[in-house]
Unconditional design. Structure first.
Length: 387
């Protein structure tokens, strides 16, 4: 057996989502806020276009990195919305953003190469790096400093083996977005180290609140060629089950990733790609979903912040509340189990994302408003019982 894979941790979010589904079978009152999945249906124009294409017999291999129509739509979006100039020939359609990250990491790394990941981080970066034979070097960002990126922390993690830095904004799990001063630090860091790539995971880009704006690092001219942008349709247009993502990079990374792609995936489904083209015309639907997430965010975090010993900063993007618990010195695993048993609420413990210093939980508010309200009420009762 492959030792690298045997040593990998299973995905904590997939495990807890599965556990919640099992528990709901016998206890329908259990509220799962563990998963990272929009509760909305995919907008009808997208589904209709895919169905039409399927009925027309678009069921054969689709040779190439993605249909031209879809890659052109992505190229246009990258320019108009992200300020990123990219070559349509270097856009690769992938089964989800996750696979784009997998391909990009494998394209760049040689065994023992190092990748810097900012902690707390999404659960899959480290296993993907390990599977590619690389080493994940974690930079612990500080809750008390609003998880801001600092030059000192980046420099302390850099070695001659560093080949990539992975960032993710809007962030899962913290809900932070990238601020301009941090983007400047990243740009300077890349300019100081011309041998590394920046992988920018922008999968939650469309879910940003208030007046905040997304910054795409590939829009920075000086480093554009070294930024690999990952994005997709799962979160922005509620298409998780379609498995549609993409990677935008320079020619070298594209060519290496596409070689691996040809031998592992062959191609993406043609009729699903036809559906995805329509996503770019669904701006109204996306905006409606975003507004609902924002209302839920305000309601849920407002209720949690009224509980003694519980604190949640307003997420700036994505659909996660990153909640600090100061309860009887419990750690996040203990709070997770306590809330499951006493509030019937499934959340993700912060330690699954590498936050070991303080007790945080991640709750997804991509969940029906009534369930969220009930979850917050249950958490209040359960926490006040032991305060
Ligand atoms: C930070 C982050 N990146 C990438 C992904 C992958 O998304 P998908 O493969 O569904 O497009 C997720 C999904 O949860 C995520 O949270």
């Amino acid at each position: 057996m492959n030792q690298k894979i045997l040593q990998m941790q299973p995905s904590a979010s997939v495990t807890l989502m599965g556990k919640a589904k099992e528990m709901q079978k016998t206890n329908p009152a259990i509220i799962s806020l563990a998963g990272g999945e929009p509760d909305f249906d995919t907008p009808a124009p997208i589904t209709m276009a895919a169905m039409k294409s399927l009925l027309e017999g678009n069921t054969h291999y689709v040779v190439g990195p993605g249909i031209l129509e879809l890659r052109e739509a992505i190229q246009k979006k990258m320019w108009e919305e992200n300020g990123v100039v990219c070559d349509v020939n270097h856009i690769l359609l992938t089964p989800g953003g996750k696979n784009a990250i997998y391909l990009a990491v494998n394209a760049v790394l040689n065994p023992e190469d190092e990748v810097i990941v900012l902690d707390p981080a999404w659960v899959s970066y480290e296993p993907i790096i390990q599977a590619a034979g690389g080493k994940c070097v974690k930079v612990k960002l500080d809750y008390k400093n609003q998880y801001r990126i600092t030059k000192e922390k980046l420099e302390a993690a850099y070695t001659s083996k560093t080949k990539m830095l992975i960032i993710n904004y809007p962030n899962n799990p913290t809900g932070r977005i990238l601020h301009k001063d941090e983007a400047d630090i990243l740009e300077d860091f890349l300019l100081a180290h011309p041998d590394i790539y920046l992988l920018s995971d922008e999968i939650y880009e469309k879910i940003i609140y208030d007046d905040h704006k997304n910054i795409s690092m590939a829009s920075r001219e000086s480093i554009r060629d070294r930024v690999i942008t990952v994005n997709g349709f799962s979160k922005s247009v509620a298409m998780t089950g379609w498995r549609m993502g993409y990677m935008v990079s320079n020619k070298e990374v594209f060519q290496a990733a596409y070689k691996l792609y040809q031998h592992s995936l062959s191609c993406m489904s043609g009729f699903l790609q036809k559906g995805a083209v329509e996503a770019f015309g669904c701006l109204r639907e996306m905006e409606e979903m975003r507004q609902i997430y924002q209302q839920r965010r305000d309601m849920f975090t407002g209720m949690l912040n009224r509980i003694k010993g519980v604190r949640c900063d307003l997420p700036e993007g994505a659909f996660y509340a990153w909640v600090y618990f100061d309860v009887k010195n419990m750690n996040s695993m203990e709070v997770c189990e306590y809330l499951l048993e006493n509030a019937g609420v499934v959340g993700m413990p912060g330690n699954a994302y590498g936050e070991e210093n303080i007790c945080c939980m991640r709750f997804s508010f991509a969940t029906a408003t009534e369930d969220l309200r009930r979850a917050a009420e249950n958490i209040k009762v359960a926490i006040e019982k032991i305060q």
